[in-house]
Every structure is written in C-alpha cells, then in structure tokens.
Design a protein around this ligand. Structure first.
Ligand code: PFF
Length: 458
C-alpha cells in the first residue's frame, strides 16, 4: 500500500496545487524565452508546432507526471523506484529521476542569471533609466550590463538566496499567497501591454508574424526548439511537476487541473508575443534579437508610454516573482531527495543544492563576458546549458515518462489514479501517452541528431 500523504507536506487544497503548478509553469520561459525563440525561427510556424506540442504531448505528459508523483508520494527518484518495483519493472527507471535532477540543475543555473537581469531592470525602470530611450540606446544598455560580471554575479546570488529561502521553509508554505496575487497581476499587466502594442501602428504586422506559418524558416532545429519550448514552458520532463503532484491529495481531478495549468501557461506566452512583436516592428528591429529581446524591446515602450516608469517597474517586478515561483520548483526535486535519502533537514538540503547551482551559474554568467570566447558547437556555456536541457533532456525525460505511464504501469493503475473512468477522456489520454507522445518526441529527437537520415528514413 502506498502512502496517501507525503512527508514533505501537502497542498491545503486543489486550488493551492493549481496555483503552485501554474507558478512553476509561468515564468521566464513564457515572457523571456518564448518570444526570442519564436523570433529566431521565423514566428508563425514555430508557434504552430509549439501549440501542437503543448496539446498533443505536453498535456498528456503533465497528467502522467502528476499521476506518477501522486502515486509515489516521494521525490521523483524514489517515486520512480517505488512504482517500478510495485509494477514489477526494473528499478533502473529511477534513472529518470536522476536525469531530472541534472536537468533541473542545469536549468536553474542559467535561469537564476536571467532572473538576475530582471531584478536589475526593476531598479532601472524605477530609476527612470528608460525615459525617452531609443532602440539603439536600450540595446547598448543591455550589452553593457551583461558585460559586467560583478553585477551579474550580485543579482544571480541574490536570486539564489531568495529561492533557497522559500524551498528551505517548504514549498507548501509561503508559495500559495504570492502566486495567488502576483499571477493575476502579471496577467492583467500583460493584457494592458498588448493594448499598448495595439496603439503602436504595427499590431497587425506583429500578430501576423506570430500566427502566419512560414515553414521555410523553421527547419529541423526549429521543430526541435518548438518542442523543447513546450516542455520548458510547461515545466515537464524533469520531475518538477511530478514532485508537486506528490503533494496533491488523492481525490483531486488531475485532468481538469492540467487543462487549467497548461491553458494559462500558453495564454501568457501568446500574450507576451502579442505585446512584444508589434513593438519589434514599430522600432524597425529584426525579430532575431536573441536572448536579450525582452530587455531590448519593452524598455523602449516603457520609456514612451504614459506612466511607463510605474508600469515598467511593476512589469519587471512581477516577472521576478514569476521566475521565483518557477525556480522553487526546479530546486524541489533535489531537495526532497536529499531529505529522503540523506536525512538532511530541509534547510540544509536547500542550502546544499543552492550552493551547487549557484556555482554552476557563475560559469553561465561568465560565458556572457570574460569567457565569451569559449564555445562548443558554436554555443557559449549558458546557451549550451539552455539548449541541452530544454531541447534534449526535457523531451527525453518526457518520452520516458510517457513510456512508463503508458506501457509499464498497469492500465488499471492509471484508470484508478486519473479518475476519468474508462470513457472517452481516458482513452484519448491512453492513445496520446502510449503512441502519439513517445513517437512524436522520438521522431523529432532522432531527426535532430540526423539518425533518421543515417538509416535512410529521413
Ligand atoms: N516553466 C518555467 C518557465 O517557463 O519559466 C521554467 C521551468 C520550471 C522549466 C521548472 C522546467 C522546470 F522543471
């Protein structure tokens, strides 16, 4: 018999779980990463593939992660080991949990650096640094900022301390209220920014760029990146959502929660795109602005709009909160494991994990300046971490989760856990998790490494 509660605490209500999981999903991935990756791969076609991945791969895998977490009630590593044993499968399935820890480690190391940029921009906005600036000035400002390792280190350190502090207290305390108020505020502000973008005179151009597919610019790498973005944005494939699922009570419906979480996450990304791209065109910029995009585009708008100093400050502040609630979920799987297997207190576990991530983050921030010449496959350390974690490790973790949930777990177990009966909803999930998700992800991954071409199928 498995436990009905977790030793790490439980969400007080289903709403608390939905808020926390949405807090994990909505973050820099939606507002910082989605627009710049969409811009890199030509807009519409990228967005289309991303949306298909969210619906056909992301939603079923999120259901599977929550289901597995809730059945195991432990850190992803121990959950996978327990469930594999219960179902008479190899304990090697726990490796999935280990890969998730490594992915979380890599992601948080650069995520914290970018969250640091956001914090710095709160102060710039508040100090009126954007008043009347043009595109060239903000771009220069951003360039100078990331060229300064000391400033980046200071912000990265502050953000890591903030994240460790919450995880040390336990995610079920402390997270709920911040998500409950900050998220709707961020959402409203984004809607207001889309409204502002409508006045820019280039709204239609921006929206067309975002929604009219032009497959010529996508390519294999673009498809891989769109899929990776779906995993990254939904926090899937590394156990973050699994560990949150392990704190969910046994009665709550998983499917409804997932539709709410994934729907909100996707809507926020689209709103961010609709707020940013019109401004890109209004300022005669090219959509390929790279990872500095939000920091190079939005300040121009804040510098021009009435009340821009206030709205700019609020925007970057809310973005820091969104990043914070995501960072916490990146730390939680390792911390839960350290508590379970090493007998550490939460405080000690969070500090240890935090220091390790912090050290790795230093390599990321140095790759933007002092170490900018050190590249592998043409990518600096930070870009490499981002590429490998989002486009390779998360999808790989996702396939394994799909295979485990669809093929290793007895059908009766998933019917029992998902509580959808054996109706249309369950059968659709069953089809997606057994066939569509693993096959689609495998094709994209294999295609990306050129394996299909090698064996004459590509
Ligand atoms: N989903 C987060 C975002 O979009 O910013 C990032 C993230 C959090 C990725 C947790 C992966 C994860 F496990």
């Amino acid at each position: 018999m498995t436990a009905t509660t977790s030793i790490h605490g439980m969400w007080s209500t289903r709403m608390a779980f939905i808020l926390a999981a949405t807090g994990s999903a909505v973050g820099l991935g939606n507002i910082w990463r989605f627009p710049y990756t969409a811009g890199e791969y030509g807009g519409g076609a990228f967005v289309l593939v991303y949306l298909i991945c969210v619906a056909a791969i992301g939603i079923p895998i999120m259901m599977a992660e929550i289901m597995l977490g809730r059945r195991g009630r432990q850190s992803p590593i121990n959950t996978m080991r327990l469930l594999a044993t219960q179902e008479g499968r190899s304990p090697a399935w726990q490796l999935l949990g280990w890969m998730g820890i490594v992915a979380g480690f890599l992601i948080l190391s650069f995520y914290s650096v970018v969250a640091g940029w956001t914090m710095a921009y709160v102060f710039r906005a508040a100090g009126g640094a954007f008043a009347g600036v043009d595109a060239e000035t903000v771009s220069l400002m951003f360039g100078q900022f990331i060229a300064d390792p000391e400033a980046l280190l200071a912000w990265h350190s502050i953000f890591m301390v903030m994240s460790v502090a919450v995880v040390a207290r336990g995610v079920a305390n402390g997270l709920e209220s911040s998500v409950r108020f900050m998220m709707p505020a961020l959402f409203l502000l984004l809607v207001a920014m889309v409204g502002y973008a409508m006045t820019s005179g280039h709204f239609v151009e921006g929206a067309t760029y975002l929604f009219r597919p032009d497959f010529s610019k996508l390519g294999t790498e673009g498809i891989l990146s769109a899929m990776g973005q779906a995993f990254f944005s939904l926090s899937l494939g590394m156990g973050a959502i699994m560990v949150y699922g392990s704190y969910l009570n046994s009665r709550s419906s998983i499917a409804t929660s997932v539709v709410i979480i994934a729907g909100t996450d996707t809507l926020v990304a689209i709103l961010a795109g609709l707020a940013i791209f019109p401004l890109v065109f209004a300022n005669d910029l090219a959509p390929q602005l790279g990872s500095g995009m939000v920091f190079k585009v939005l300040p121009i708008a804040f510098g021009q709009m009435p009340g821009g100093q206030f709205f700019g400050t609020l925007f970057f502040l809310l973005l820091v909160f969104a990043a914070w609630t995501s960072a916490i979920s990146l730390l939680e799987p390792m911390v839960a494991w350290l508590v379970e297997n090493r007998g550490f207190s939460r405080v000690r576990a969070a500090m240890l994990a935090g220091v390790a991530v912090w050290l790795l983050g230093i390599a990321s921030l140095l790759s933007l300046n002092l170490w900018s010449d050190l590249t592998l496959f043409g990518l600096g350390f930070m870009d490499l971490c981002e590429f490998v974690a989002a486009n390779v490790m998360l999808p790989l973790g996702g396939v394994l989760i799909a295979i485990f949930a669809g093929w290793m777990l007895a059908r009766s177990s998933s019917i029992d856990e998902l509580r959808l009966g054996d109706g249309v909803g369950y059968r659709l999930w069953w089809l997606l998790i057994r066939y569509v998700a693993p096959i689609a992800v495998a094709i994209v991954l294999l295609n990306a490494v050129g394996l299909l071409k090698l064996i004459g199928l590509g």
